[in-house]
Structures are given as structure tokens and as C-alpha cells.
Ligand binder design. Structure first.
Ligand code: SF4
Length: 328
């Protein structure tokens, strides 16, 4: 795989990452041979339907895969070190500090019995040498950076006293507290209404640009990626099927699955009554077909697709696809 050649020193270089669940005598591959790079300050969109492996990829990067799952093979090189192989204590120092994560549902990520200011301050206490006074000042500053005017007042409030959008802003403040190099955002706006969603996306985008923080933005919503990211990876059944620039993806998607996704949102934009939906659904991990995992749903399926998994075909330096239609 050579997609990573766009920079000699990417911030994150994921190589052949494979995460499996071992249940009884069966192996279920939730993430299979994932290759991906992220450059400093870049916002990358990882898109897929529910169950496609996006979240498990994020949890693998952070080494938070729940048992009976584990990383089976591959590398996650972050700032020159392989996160898969560093000692657990080192990994703990990186989590929440150099790499932080924003989850979909803020209420489950915030502790309902602690003041929000104290919850932000706790991250700074864990990862910095700041004095108590400095931590308080920095927490107030973080609250202001995520758009709270009355930061002192917010500091002493509890999560239930805030709206969904405000709670998500608290999670963003927590995620950027230690000036991370990478933020992983997993469907951070899905639970919000459209107007709040747009505000949160602009806030995230501005914060990332200001501090040159890279962001892996995970979503099932292509419109969000159109607004936010420069490059996109399309996940299906644990694999990245296509990697492309956002511009090229929307004008000329490569993979048959990508074509279906783009056609469906173009239909939505035109307000067409009958959307061209992709027939079928994402297969369960326990029922993955042989060969190309998309073949039961593909309009272009050939005999070889049913028995042999397609290799990656590199189209340009920043663009590749897993499909026999592009075989050299
Ligand atoms: Fe369709 Fe075959 Fe390409 Fe899979 S490899 S997407 S089945 S044409």
C-alpha cells in the first residue's frame, strides 16, 4: 500500500491494521487490513454505514478494543512510535493528551455528579504539571474557546443543566485541553439538531485549523464530510474500499459502493422522490461473503469477485480502490 507517500513524515500511519473478535472457535474480523495516513492539521473523513468498522478502527488506534476483541496484526505509527507495541503505561499517557476522542453521546461521556469545570480540570491534572491556579485559568480559557461567554458560571454547572449542543462543546473542550496532535471524533454531531450540528462542525474546524490539530472524523453522513474534510476513506465490512480526495469522491467516485452512496445523496439534494438506494445491507461479521465483501450488492459483479478478495489498486498517490474493475 503506498497511499502514505504524500508526506515523508505523516502524523499517523496505519499499516495493515486488523482487529478481530475471538468467540468460541470462530474469528470475526471487525477491522481488516486497514491502511491510512493522516498528516498534521488534516481533517480526514472516515465514512461508512453502521457496523462497517469505523468505530472499531478508532478504538484500535487508541488500544481500547473491548474483549474478546484484540488487534491481531498491523502497525499504528503515531509521531514515530508504534502504538500497538508500546507499553500500556505509555499508551495511557498518550490517550487524552496527544490523542483525544470525542464521542457521539456527550451524556454518557460526562459524569453527571461532577461540575463540568472539574471534569475538564481533571484532564489537565492528569496530563500536565500545572498548579491548581493555572488549571483553573486554563479551564476557563478552554470554556471560552468553545464558545461559552459566561465561562465562570459554566464551570460550576452540572451536565444536566446544559443542552445537548452545549454538552458536546464541553467534550470538545476536554478533547483539546492538552493541545493534542490528533482528535478522533466519532459521530460527534449525530445526536444534535441540524443548526447545532452546523455550529459544532464550524467550531471543530476552526479549532483544528488554529492549532494545526489533525482530526479523524468518523461519520455515516457524507454531507458532513463534504463540509469538513479534504480526504475521505469509505469503509465497508471492516475494510477501506476507497480512499480519495473529497472533491474527486463527490464528482467521480471509484468503487461501486461509493457510486451508490454519492448517487443517493445527489438524489436527496434534488429532492427526488425515489432515491437510488443500494440494494441489500452491510453483512454481519458472522456472515461475510467470500471474495469481495460487497459482491452480493454490486451491480458490476464478476465471477472472480465471488471467490477472491480484490487487491488494492493505486490510482494516484492519494487515491486507491479495492475493486476488480480497476485491475491493471
Ligand atoms: Fe463489485 Fe467486483 Fe468491484 Fe466488488 S470487486 S465492487 S463485486 S466489481
Amino acid at each position: 500500500m503506498t497511499e502514505e507517500n504524500t508526506s515523508t513524515h505523516p502524523l499517523l500511519n496505519i499499516d495493515d491494521l486488523t482487529t478481530s473478535f475471538f468467540i468460541d472457535s470462530s474469528i470475526f474480523r471487525a477491522v481488516d487490513s486497514v491502511n491510512l495516513t493522516l498528516h498534521r492539521g488534516e481533517i480526514f473523513g472516515l465514512v461508512g454505514e453502521s457496523g462497517s468498522g469505523k468505530t472499531m478502527t478508532a478504538l484500535s488506534i487508541l488500544r481500547l478494543v473491548p474483549p474478546p476483541g484484540r488487534i491481531e496484526r498491523g502497525k499504528v505509527i503515531f509521531e514515530g512510535r508504534d502504538l500497538v507495541r508500546i507499553p500500556a503505561k505509555e499508551m495511557q499517557k498518550i490517550r487524552g493528551n496527544k490523542i483525544s476522542m470525542i464521542f457521539q453521546e456527550p451524556m454518557t461521556s460526562l459524569n453527571p455528579v461532577f461540575k463540568i469545570g472539574d471534569q475538564i480540570a481533571e484532564i489537565l491534572e492528569t496530563h500536565t504539571e500545572f498548579s491548581k491556579k493555572e488549571i483553573k485559568e486554563r479551564t476557563i480559557e478552554l470554556l471560552m474557546r468553545v464558545g461559552f461567554n459566561e465561562a465562570e458560571k459554566r464551570y460550576i454547572q452540572y451536565p444536566h443543566q446544559l443542552s445537548g449542543g452545549q454538552r458536546q462543546r464541553i467534550l470538545i473542550a476536554m478533547a483539546i485541553a492538552c493541545n493534542p496532535s490528533l482528535v478522533i471524533a466519532d459521530e460527534p454531531t449525530t445526536a444534535l439538531d441540524v443548526a447545532t450540528q452546523s455550529l459544532i462542525l464550524s467550531l471543530l474546524q476552526n479549532l483544528m485549523v488554529e492549532h494545526r490539530t489533525a482530526m479523524l472524523f468518523i461519520t455515516h453522513n457524507l454531507n458532513v464530510i463534504k463540509q469538513l474534510a479534504r480526504r475521505i476513506g469509505i469503509m465497508y465490512a471492516g475494510r477501506i474500499m476507497e480512499l480519495n480526495s473529497v472533491n474527486d469522491f463527490f464528482t467521480d467516485p471509484l468503487h461501486p459502493y461509493s457510486k451508490g452512496l454519492v448517487e443517493s445523496i445527489i438524489g436527496l439534494e434534488r429532492n427526488e422522490r425515489r432515491l437510488k438506494a443500494i440494494p441489500g445491507s452491510v453483512p454481519r461479521l458472522s456472515e461475510l461473503p467470500r471474495g469481495c465483501k460487497f459482491h452480493p450488492r454490486c451491480a458490476f459483479v464478476m465471477e472472480i469477485c465471488k471467490t477472491r478478495e480484490p487487491p488494492v489498486t493505486q490510482i494516484t498517490n492519494e487515491k486507491w480502490v479495492r475493486c476488480y474493475l480497476y485491475r491493471n
